[in-house]
Design a protein around this ligand. Structure first.
Ligand SMILES: [Zn+2]
Length: 239
């Protein structure tokens, strides 16, 4: 292929890479933030059963404490019972013990319900934990990949920039300015491949005679539709 065209193709590769790195630099941080947000929402949702479980655990130990207090109170009442002087006082104390026993019964019933619910919840909490662990692993892998990519962008960008600076020294000034003009008018693409008589930039057909010429001529030819500098590339053969 013509030397000037080869230079332009290389230059185009540099420019396309630079545009790509520029856009990655802008969108990757957003993508990373969205990934974090998605994980935290998922985590919060999956931890709902665990929150209920912990609340019940607290209620369980509160109930156990209540029983302990009731029992202690009853021991004291029973001690006082031994020192009682009259029947009225004796009856009042028996009533006190009866009330304490009744409320202990209520708390015990409550504890049985709590334990039952804790058993059921435990199954869900375990399941949720497995789900969350799997999701976390996947999230961390994705995050690491994105961060590595983000961290290498500056180095990659500088490398392609350096390559571009070296290249433009070899391209004649008038050709370079023609390329820049076309590129600026055509979404950053000034040089484009053509295969099977179709321009890969604008996807329009190249007239047969021009297509013929493109495959033989040493001239730099432009696509009649998008005006980009064309080169013939057989897409079925590896470059
Ligand atoms: Zn075109």
């Amino acid at each position: 292929m013509k030397e000037q065209l080869l230079l332009l193709i290389e230059l185009q590769e540099c420019d396309s890479q630079l545009v790509m790195f520029d856009s990655k630099k802008k969108y990757l941080p957003h993508k990373l933030a969205r990934l974090d947000e998605k994980f935290h929402t998922f985590k919060e949702e999956t931890e709902q059963n665990k929150i209920k479980y912990d609340e019940l655990k607290t209620r369980h130990s509160e109930s156990e404490n209540k029983i302990k207090k009731i029992n202690e109170g009853m021991v004291k009442t029973k001690e006082r019972l031994l020192e009682v002087k009259n029947n009225k006082e004796y009856q009042a104390m028996l009533k006190e013990i009866e009330t304490a026993e009744a409320s202990r019964g209520d708390v015990e019933t409550d504890i049985i319900k709590i334990l039952d619910e804790l058993d059921k919840l435990f199954v869900f909490v375990k399941k949720d934990q497995v789900t969350l662990d799997e999701y976390r692993k996947q999230y961390q892998e994705e995050k690491k990949l994105m961060e590595t990519e983000l961290n290498s962008i500056d180095t990659d960008y500088t490398n392609w920039e350096q390559k571009r600076n070296d290249l433009i020294k070899k391209v004649p000034a008038d050709l370079l300015s023609r390329y820049e003009k076309i590129r600026n008018r055509n979404n950053g693409v000034g040089v484009i491949s053509v295969w099977k008589a179709v321009c890969n930039g604008c996807h329009m057909n190249i007239p047969p005679q021009l297509y013929n010429e493109l495959q033989k001529s040493a001239e730099l030819l432009a696509c009649p539709n998008c005006n980009r500098i064309m080169y013939f590339q057989n897409m079925e053969k590896p470059v």
